[in-house]
Each structure stands twice: as C-alpha cells, then as structure tokens.
Design a binder for this molecule. Sequence first.
Ligand code: UDP
Length: 328
Amino acid sequence: DNKVVLVTGGAGYIGSHACKLLAQQGFVPVVYDSLTTGWAQAVKFGPLVQADLLDRAALDAAFAQYRPCAVVHFAALSQVGEATRDPGLYWRNNVCGSLNLIEAMVDAGCRNMVFSSTCATYGDQDGVVLDEDSAQRPLNAYGASKLAVEGMLRDFGTSHGLNSVIFRYFNVAGADPDAEIGEWHLPETHLIPAMIEAVAGARPALVINGNDYPTHDGTCIRDYVHVMDLARAHVLGLDWLLNGRESRVFNLGTGVGFSVAEVIAQCRAGTGRRVPHSYGPRRAGDAAALVSGSRRAVEELGWTQERSSLKLIIEDAWRWYQTGGYSG
Ligand code: UDP
C-alpha cells in the first residue's frame, strides 16, 4: 500500500500544515520545494528534495526515487501585488512550473493530483456568494496563472487519464495551534499576519488598501479559513482520488465575509492590543468581495470547519508569531 505523496511547496505556509496532517494520517509526505519562499525548518514530517519545478531533470529524479501515489501541488507564487508588478514571474513559475510537474507525473505513471487553486480565479462578481460554477474572470496575473493550471488539469485528464481534485481556497490564515509551524513570509503582505506584525510593533502600521470599494464600509471583503481546516481538506481530497473518484473542483470558504476594517476590529479582541493602521490607495488587482459557501466540500468530501472563526484564526496566528517564526 503506497502512502508516499509528493508535496510541492511543502516547506511553505499551507503545504507545511498539510504535511503535518498527512503524516498524522499515515502518509509519507516527501516535500519538493525550492526554498525560494519556503523554510527548511518547516519540513518536519518527511524528507525534503530541494529543487525547482522548472528543473525537469530534478522532477524526474524525485519521481524515480520516491514513486509517489499522488502529488499535492502547493508550490506557487501567491501575492496579488507582486503578480501585478511582474506577471511574467507568475506565468513562468506557476504555469510553466506546473506544466513541467504534470508532464513529469504522466511520464512517471503517477495520475493523481490535489491542486491549490484560488478564489482569485473568479474575480469580482457583484457581492454574490460564489460557488464552483460561478464564472471565472480573474482580475490579476496570480488568478490567471491558477486558472491556466486548472485548464491544464482538465486537458491532461481528458488525454492522459490524470485525475485531479482542485481546491479553490478563499483567504487562508491562522497557524498550527501547537505553534510547531506557521506562516512566515519576508516581507509579509497578507492581511492577518501583516496586522499581527503591526500589533507586535514589527511594522509601524497596517495600511488599509483602499476604503472606497462598493462594500458596507468601503474596505474589501474576504472569507477567512483556518489553515488547519484547509489542510484537512487535502487529506480528504487525497482519499477521494485514491478511492478512484472522478476529478472534481471544491471551493473552500466559510460562506461568511469580513471587511478589512472588521478584521482589524477582531484583531484587537484576539490579541488584546490595538492595531495601528492608516488608509492607503487601492491595491491593483483586488476584487471588492470574495466569499463562498462550502456546501459541495461538506456534502461530498465530508469536510468540517473546526477552527475557522476569526477569533481562533487570530489567536493561533498571534501565538505562532510570538514564537519568533523561522530564520536563516
Ligand atoms: N490588505 C490590506 N492591507 C495589507 C494587506 C492586505 O488592506 O497590509 C487587504 C488587501 O488589499 C485585500 C485583503 O486585505 O483586500 C486581503 O488581502 P491578502 O493579501 O491577505 O489576501 P488576497 O485576498 O489578496 O489573497
């Protein structure tokens, strides 16, 4: 019974949390990560292959050595601001990298992939609650690059029998409640960890990216999911594929959105400290609101959310931040 899984991006934020749960479920997570944004210190649950997805020979060697039954593909660049400044970086890393990986898989006879996609593939939809059939009209190169890989998976499914579970993540935050691993980006651009840095005095203030959006308080609305809940969905997605189920797309959201101003207000409750903040211009590529239910994941995968309240997300992120994070 082959329980070896290749986890690209397993040294990164979401990937490392998934590795922890995969190992707990008896899988052997082999991390494939360039360590460009990931951390060797986050690889604690299986071996590390330090290599890039753009290195096809390294991919072939990893498949030959470990013979994984599936790939869980997290590795990607994931910042909307950076994607808008440098779209080529996103198309090369996220799209060309994924193409290399998928071709290496097919050549190695590995036909199961769990793929990290994003709500950024939808773009703005006038405040409706999204579902998996909502139109996909990405507003930035990050979302466009992920949508391209979704298309790649569909086509390789048709032509080469590649089976995939595509998860479209909403906004992932929080950390392992044991604070063994967590989110650590240099520099940090995501809202909740950036806010924690402001609370800790590691940055002068949290700058709110625009307060003239068509939302109730003018700031952008997002749907925040706890990273442990999200990670657990990957174990279920893997079981789905290993049980021979058909390729499927699942949104992973909570169905409830919070504005940036509301998240800041909750942060004070979660950390006991006020968040110094100021108002800045909009960030190019931002959708006003991205919210999704998770009915399909709940009904078909049996996914449950255990820690996806803003309070627990912020408490866990704050506990992890206070450990000092990663370095080196
Ligand atoms: N945001 C902000 N200030 C920051 C970081 C983020 O106002 O320092 C806003 C951002 O513009 C977006 C929301 O918070 O409206 C969530 O952004 P994040 O980068 O965390 O996730 P994204 O939705 O881009 O994946």
